[in-house]
Design a protein around this ligand. Structure first.
Ligand code: NAD
Ligand code: UFG
Length: 340
C-alpha cells in the first residue's frame, strides 16, 4: 500500500514507518515538525533501508493537504498528527481544538474530495475518562467521557468519524485507542524525545537515569491498588506500531467505523515499572513518593481481545522489554535527536 502518515516524524509515527516498511508498504509523511525533527526519519532509513518522503506542512493548511493528495495516489491514511499533552490542553484549549479538531476536519474533507476513504485514527484510552473500576479491563463498549480538552478532541473526532461513516458507506474508519505507549525500537536509533520536562512517566524515568533530572516523584501511594501506586497498561511502541500494520490489512474489510483498544491487557503499577527499570539498568533509580497528581485515575487497563479477534494482533513485549529498550534509546541519545 502507499500510505499517507500524518505526524509520521513523531514518536509513534516513526516506529510505525519502520513497521510499515517491514510489511512492504510505501510511506509519505506529512508533518509540520512542531514536536519532532526530520532526524527521526533519517533514523528510520538507517533501520529499514528506506526513507519516507517527508512533506513539511500542517494538516490544517488546505493548500498543502490538497497538493499532497493531488501529487500521489494513496491507499490509506494513518493520522497521528496532533498535540497530545493533557496539562497543556487545559492551559491552551483553543490550540488543541484548532490543531486537532479543525486540522483533522480539513484533512477529512480533502480526503473525501480525493476519494481516499481508508483511515486509521490515533485515538486514546483517554476517551474512557476516569474509568469506573467496575468496567476494568476496559472493553470498547465502556462508557466514554472527556476529562480534558485533549480528551475532548479525541472523543469529538471519534464522533465525527462515526457519523461520517454512517452517512457514506465508502468510509472505513479504525479508531485505535492506545493505552500507554512506552519504549523504543530495539536498535536504540529512534525513541521518545519530549521537549522540556517530560509529563509522562517513562521519559521522566529515563531522564533521571541519564542524569538530566534529579529524581522521580511517584505521584501517590495511597490509591486502592495492590501497592498503592496507579496502574496503567503500558504497551511497547513497537507492538503498537505492528498493531497499526495489522489494522491496515483489515481496514477495508471492516465496514463503517470501528473502535479497537491497543493495549497489553496487563495492569502494571508505577512502583512495578520503576522496579523493572532498575532491573534493566542494573542500579537503583532515585525516587520518592509525593502527593497524588490531580485528575489521575487509580487504574486503567485494556481488554485487548477485540484487536486479537479482528486483526490477529496481540502485544508480544513485556514491561522488562519496554524498560530495556527505553533505556537503550535514552542512554545512546541522552539529548534525544538534539545533538544528532
Ligand atoms: P508526537 O508529538 O511525537 O507526534 C505527533 C506528530 O504530529 C509530531 O511529529 C508533530 O510534529 C506532528 N503534528 C502535530 N500537529 C500537527 C499538524 N497540525 N500538522 C502536521 N503535523 C502535526 O506524539 P505521539 O506520541 O507520536 O502521538 C501520536 C498520536 O497518538 C497523537 O495523535 C496522540 O494524541 C496519540 N496518542 C498518543 C499517546 C501517547 O502516550 N504517546 C497515547 C494515546 C494517543
Ligand atoms: N507518574 C508519576 N510521576 C511522574 C509522571 C507520571 O508517578 O513524574 C505516574 C502518574 O501519576 C500515572 C502514571 O505515572 O499514575 C502514568 O502517567 P503518564 O503521565 O505517563 O500517563 P497517563 O496514564 O496519565 O496518561 C497517558 C497519556 C495521555 C492519555 C492517557 C490515557 O499521557 O495522553 O495515557 O491514554 F490520555
Amino acid at each position: 500500500m502507499h500510505l499517507l502518515v500524518t505526524g509520521g516524524a513523531g514518536y509513534i509515527g516513526s516506529h510505525t514507518c519502520v513497521a510499515a516498511h517491514a510489511a512492504g508498504h510505501t510511506v509519505t509523511v506529512l508533518d509540520n515538525l512542531c514536536n519532532s525533527s526530520a532526524e527521526s526519519l533519517a533514523r528510520v532509513e538507517r533501520i529499514s533501508g528506506r526513507r519516507p518522503r517527508l512533506i513539511v506542512g500542517d494538516i490544517a493548511d488546505r493548500a498543502v493537504v490538497r497538493s499532497v493528495l493531488d501529487s500521489e495516489k494513496f491507499d490509506a491514511v494513518i493520522h497521528f498528527a496532533g498535540l497530545k499533552a493533557v496539562g497543556e490542553s487545559v492551559a491552551k484549549p483553543w490550540e488543541y481544538y484548532q490543531n486537532n479538531v479543525a486540522g483533522t476536519l480539513v484533512l477529512l474533507d480533502e480526503l473525501r474530495r480525493h476519494e481516499v476513504f481508508d483511515f486509521v485514527f490515533s485515538s486514546s484510552a483517554t476517551v474512557y475518562g476516569n474509568p469506573d473500576p467496575a468496567n476494568l479491563p476496559l472493553r470498547e463498549t465502556a462508557p466514554l467521557a472527556a476529562v480534558s480538552p485533549y480528551g475532548a478532541t479525541k472523543l469529538w473526532l471519534e464522533e465525527v468519524m462515526r457519523s461520517m461513516a454512517a452517512a457514506d458507506p465508502r468510509w472505513h474508519f479504525l479508531l485505535l485507542r492506545y493505552f500507554n505507549p512506552v519504549g523504543a525500537h530495539e536498535s536504540g536509533l529512534i525513541g521518545e524525545d519530549p521537549s522540556g520536562i517530560p509529563n509522562n512517566l517513562m521519559p521522566y524515568i529515563t531522564q533521571v537515569a541519564v542524569g538530566r533530572l534529579k529524581e522521580l516523584t511517584i505521584f501517590g501511594n495511597d490509591y486502592p491498588t495492590p501497592d498503592g501506586t496507579c496502574q496503567r497498561d503500558y504497551i511497547h511502541v513497537c507492538d503498537l506500531a505492528e498493531g497499526h500494520v495489522a489494522a491496515l490489512a483489515k481496514v477495508r474489510e471492516l465496514p463503517g467505523c470501528t473502535a479497537v483498544n491497543l493495549g497489553t491487557g496487563n495492569a502494571v503499577s508505577v512502583a512495578q515499572l520503576v522496579a523493572s527499570f532498575e532491573k534493566a539498568v542494573g542500579r537503583p533509580l532515585p525516587h520518592r513518593y509525593g502527593p497524588r497528581r490531580p485528575g489521575d485515575a487509580a487504574a486503567c487497563w485494556a481488554d485487548p481481545s477485540k484487536a486479537r479477534e479482528l486483526f490477529g494482533w496481540t502485544a508480544k513485549r513485556n514491561a522488562d522489554d519496554m524498560c530495556r529498550d527505553a533505556w537503550n534509546w535514552q542512554s545512546r541519545n541522552p539529548n534525544g535527536y538534539r545533538g544528532a
